[in-house]
Design a protein around this ligand. Structure first.
Ligand code: FMN
Length: 175
């Protein structure tokens, strides 16, 4: 499978990156082709709600979203990863999701996976996971599972937790 991992973390080499990388390690070992996009390293402006994309199929803004949309369309599986910020996904992730508008009807039928981190337990991260799942399902994707990177705050705290094993195993099972 072609797998596109979209990571909404602003902080490099933190817990979200570590979980994504474990997932990718497993998925590559299982023979999948994986690409990771870190939104912080991309220039993606917020949707302007001009609706030009409804007429033309593409966005009037010339930034990195066009490339991301093409990769998302080509992928067999989409993985959305985000830290929890004030009980929901990161701003980078939400901005990217709004910019899916030109292709929102063309991204269905894919498998999907969600990775969530945060310093709270499962209850505090639940909204982030559920929102990302709901958005993927609204696009017509089928979410296989959620990796919960719970009770992690400082960089690297996720190392040695069961979420790391779960991320690797989830990737390893994909083909
Ligand atoms: C602005 C901000 C808001 C946050 N809000 C929450 C929150 O509501 N719930 C939570 O569990 N963690 C919260 N956190 C902690 C992060 O989710 C946690 O540190 C996570 O590991 C960050 O991901 P990273 O390690 O990939 O950077 C917040 C962190 C920041 C910077």
């Amino acid at each position: 499978m072609k797998i596109l991992v979209i990571n909404g973390r602003p902080r490099a080499k933190g817990n979200s990156d570590l979980l994504c990388d474990e997932f990718i390690r497993g998925a590559e070992e299982a023979g999948n082709q994986v690409e990771k996009i870190s939104l912080r390293e991309k220039e993606i402006s917020p949707c302007r709600a001009c609706y030009a994309c409804f007429r033309t199929g593409s966005c009037v803004q010339q930034d990195d979203m066009a490339d991301l949309l093409q990769k998302a369309e080509e992928a067999d599986m989409l993985v959305l990863a985000s830290p929890t910020y004030f009980l929901t996904m990161s701003g980078q992730m939400k901005v990217m999701i709004d910019r899916l508008l030109p292709k929102w009807q063309d991204l269905g039928g894919k498998k999907a996976f969600v990775i969530v981190t945060g310093h709270d337990g499962r209850q505090g991260l639940r909204r982030t996971g559920e929102e990302l799942c709901a958005i993927l399902e609204n696009l017509g994707c089928s979410v296989q599972n959620i990796i919960w990177g719970e009770r992690v705050w400082q960089k690297g705290e996720v190392i040695g937790t069961k979420a790391m094993t779960e991320a690797y195993e989830a990737g390893r099972q994909l083909s």
